[in-house]
Each structure stands twice: as structure tokens, then as C-alpha cells.
Design a protein around this ligand. Structure first.
Ligand SMILES: NC(=O)c1ccc[n+]([C@@H]2O[C@H](COP(=O)([O-])OP(=O)(O)OC[C@H]3O[C@@H](n4cnc5c(N)ncnc54)[C@H](OP(=O)(O)O)[C@@H]3O)[C@@H](O)[C@H]2O)c1
Length: 239
């Protein structure tokens, strides 16, 4: 059985991708800090407690996984956090959390699994964001982490393509998940004003299902129209 590792599998996009890969027949390991948020249970799904910001834990968990499975076919770098607002007021620890979770952890985890992915002619799938493609105000640091992930994926592909590894970058636009719990805005409720985690999982399935020899390197997923809804202070969760 081929094995996939999905970071940030306890909610939103990561959970939908983990479910989809299980449906496709993979044995899936999901990393997160709080698996209690999801009710997903399956004999081929293994939740693993892992804070990807803690490099020691990240490497220990991954070495244990690779020892247990003996191989890896798909790595999905999905765990991420976003904080938004004027950069002048962005707390330094929030900047650090975004850089470590969204950019450093994917690079470290890819490094830790690359030999196995080479052996399996597998996939590195990075969940970036349209913020990587469209720089805008009030998300400079978040956008920079996602642009960095995009750049990392493109450069990595040029380095490893000869060995058969496929590197895919996904650029989802506003997706209705708990990502916006702490923000003062969220995507609109209308079906054409947001995308869903399942839309992103469909895109992952499409990239993974491509014939060997062809690589879908980039997929942007956007709602038909843009609608950003401002929240009242009572609707915003505390950190
Ligand atoms: N929602 C959007 O509009 C949107 C658009 C484009 C891209 N994205 C990207 O999509 C990815 C998933 O976001 P989402 O929308 O699905 O948000 P979400 O529902 O908040 O999910 C985020 C996931 O990341 C995990 N995570 C966060 N920090 C972690 C850490 N230190 N260690 C391990 N896991 C951690 C969370 O798990 P725990 O909290 O349990 O650890 C959770 O499973 C992120 O990279 C985000 O930047 C989202």
C-alpha cells in the first residue's frame, strides 16, 4: 500500500485531502497538534501528534513513520497559519509562527523525506495560496511565506525532476475553513464566493492521478467571484 503524509490534517483543507487520499487507497498519516477537532476515523488513517514548528519533534515523528512504513509516495505540505493586518502592528511572534509553519517546516520535512520520495518516484504537494501570486496589503508576511513556498517548489522541481519526483504547488483562493477564525474577515457564504476544502482535495487527486511522465506543477483554484465579508468583533475568536 502506498503511503501519504499530510501535515495539518486535523481540519479544513488538510482533512479533506487526507480523506480523499484514503478514498484513493493510500495509507495516510496526518500531522497536527489537536486531532480532537476532526471526527475522521479509518483503518488506513493514522493521526500523529506533531507540532511542525518543533523541528526535533518533526524529524523524530518522520523518522519513526519512515521506519514503520519503509517508504513514502506523497508528501502534502499543508499545515499553515495566517495573520492579517497592517505590518506595522503585526506581532513578531506571529511573523515567526507564519515563517516556521508555512515555510521552514515544509522545507525541513521535504529534506527529511526526499530520498524516500525519489525511491517511490513520488510527489511533493505544497499548499501555497493565491496570496503567493497577488501581493496585496495587510498580508505581507503571510504572502511572503506562500511566495517562498512557491519558489521553493519550483526550484526543487528543477533539481529533482530527473529522479522522477513530481513537485506540485496549489494556489487556493479564499476557502471556507477555520483559517479565518481569528481574522476580522472571511470569505462570503454564497457558493460562488468561496472554494471548499473538497475543491482543493479534487485538485490534489487530479495532480496525483496524472500519468507518469507528465507533471501538473501548478494549480490555481478561485471562486467565480470575490466576496470578502467583514466580521463583527464578537465573531472573531481569541488566540
Ligand atoms: N482557507 C483559505 O482561504 C486558504 C487559502 C489558501 C491557502 N490556504 C492554506 O491552506 C492550508 C490549510 O489551511 P486551512 O484553510 O485548511 O486552515 P485550518 O482549517 O485552520 O487548518 C490548518 C491546519 O494546519 C494545522 N497546523 C497549524 N499550525 C500547526 C503546527 N504548528 N503544527 C502542526 N499542524 C499545524 C492545524 O492543525 P492543529 O491546529 O490541530 O495543529 C490545521 O490542521 C494552510 O497552509 C493555509 O495557508 C488556506
Amino acid at each position: 500500500m502506498d503511503v501519504a503524509l499530510v501535515t495539518g490534517a486535523s481540519s479544513g483543507i488538510g482533512l479533506a485531502v487526507a480523506r480523499r487520499l484514503v478514498e484513493m487507497g493510500y495509507g495516510v498519516y496526518g500531522y497536527a497538534r489537536d486531532h480532537g477537532k476532526a471526527s475522521f476515523r479509518h483503518e488506513r488513517y493514522r493521526p500523529v501528534d506533531c507540532d511542525v514548528m518543533d523541528t526535533r519533534v518533526l524529524l523524530e515523528r518522520t523518522e519513526a513513520l519512515l521506519r514503520e512504513t519503509g517508504g513514502l509516495k506523497i508528501l502534502v505540505n499543508n499545515a499553515g497559519v495566517g495573520f492579517f493586518g497592517p505590518h506595522a502592528t503585526m506581532a513578531p511572534d506571529r511573523i515567526e509562527r507564519m515563517v516556521r509553519t508555512n515555510l521552514a517546516a515544509p522545507m525541513i520535512l521535504t529534506r527529511a523525506t526526499l530520498k524516500h520520495l525519489e525511491h517511490s518516484r513520488g510527489f511533493v504537494i505544497n499548499i501555497a495560496s493565491t496570496a503567493a501570486l497577488n501581493p496585496g496589503p495587510f498580508g505581507a508576511a503571510y504572502g511572503a511565506t506562500k511566495a517562498g513556498l512557491h519558489q521553493f517548489g519550483e526550484a526543487l522541481f528543477s533539481e529533482v525532476r530527473k529522479s522522477g519526483i513530481r513537485v506540485v504547488t496549489l494556489f487556493p483562493d479564499m476557502t471556507r475553513t477555520s483559517f479565518y477564525d481569528h481574522a476580522d474577515f472571511e470569505p462570503g457564504e454564497a457558493p460562488d464566493a468561496h472554494i471548499t476544502p473538497e475543491c482543493v482535495a479534487d485538485a490534489v487527486a487530479q495532480a496525483v492521478g496524472q500519468r507518469e511522465g507528465t507533471v501538473i506543477t501548478q494549480i490555481a483554484i478561485r471562486p467565480q467571484r470575490t466576496q470578502v465579508v467583514r466580521k463583527g468583533p464578537s465573531q472573531k475568536k481569541k488566540d
